[in-house]
Design a protein around this ligand. Structure first.
Ligand SMILES: [Zn+2]
Length: 258
């Protein structure tokens, strides 16, 4: 009996000693609490960096003619060796068609023509513009440039007007006795317009001086109607002018078939 009591006490003592030891080792472990470090207070010298940076002055854009005059590098040059006269209709004292849009015809023509000239140059073509600013040039002078430069194609850029404001779409004109090359170029431009989803009213024949006053292949593109409010707004916007020029350039590239 006595022995069993002593044994129990001994076992109890050992268990107590073990639990104390366990507790003490547990307490010795460091406990990491998540600590929020407060952000350092800005010193006097740092305050400069905290002041808002003033907005940069808006860059002045050069006029379109100057921006597009830089000769682009022609890596892919399907039009190398091809001479094209790009004719922006009207200009100077001849403002062209009166429309309902924000931009008169002479400027629409000039902007599309400038974009077209750049696109064609980018594909390696030799491009001559009848005008690259707002100035008057007679129809005979324009036609003479086609003959003088022995152009492979003369492209005249215009925008249309009609009594009915509902009239829409681009139109491609060729001379009544148009050469095979003129007809083919017109067809390629028409196809490019249809592919791009631009409404095209087709190819028509006319006796415009810029088409019949010289001996070179020629087409005249009416890019849309300035008397239709929707088309007038589109034709006055830079992106649409660039797009129209890109479509015509694609048609011309396909025509020369390289
Ligand atoms: Zn016109």
């Amino acid at each position: 009996m006595r022995r069993t009591i002593i044994r129990k006490i001994t076992w109890g003592g050992m268990a107590l000693a073990l639990s104390v030891a366990a507790c003490s080792t547990y307490r010795e472990r460091p406990i990491y609490y998540p600590v929020e470090v407060p952000p350092p207070k800005p010193q006097h010298a740092d305050r400069r960096a905290w002041t808002p940076v003033p907005k940069p002055e808006p860059r002045r854009t050069a006029p379109l003619a100057r921006r597009l005059a830089t000769k682009p590098r022609a890596r892919y040059a399907p039009l190398r060796g091809v001479t094209i006269v790009v004719d922006a209709g009207h200009g100077g004292r001849d403002p062209g068609a009166a429309g309902v849009g924000p931009m008169p015809e002479e400027y629409v023509n000039l902007n599309v023509a400038l974009h077209l000239a750049r696109s064609l140059r980018a594909r390696g073509a030799e491009v001559i513009m009848t005008r690259n600013s707002d100035r008057f040039i007679s129809l005979d002078d324009r036609a003479a440039i086609a003959d003088r430069t022995r152009a492979d194609l003369f492209v005249s850029i215009h925008a249309d007007a009609a009594r009915r404001s509902s009239a829409t779409g681009a139109t491609i004109y060729i001379a009544r006795n148009a050469s095979r090359d003129s007809r083919r170029a017109a067809r390629h431009i028409e196809t490019a317009m249809n592919r791009a989803g631009v409404g095209c009213r087709g190819i028509r024949r006319a006796g415009f001086r810029v088409l019949v006053g010289h001996s070179r292949p020629a087409v005249l593109v009416e890019c849309g109607f300035l008397t239709n409010p929707v088309e007038a707004r589109r034709l006055g916007s830079p992106w649409y002018q660039a797009r129209m020029a890109a479509i015509i350039a694609q048609g011309i590239t396909n025509h020369f078939g390289r």
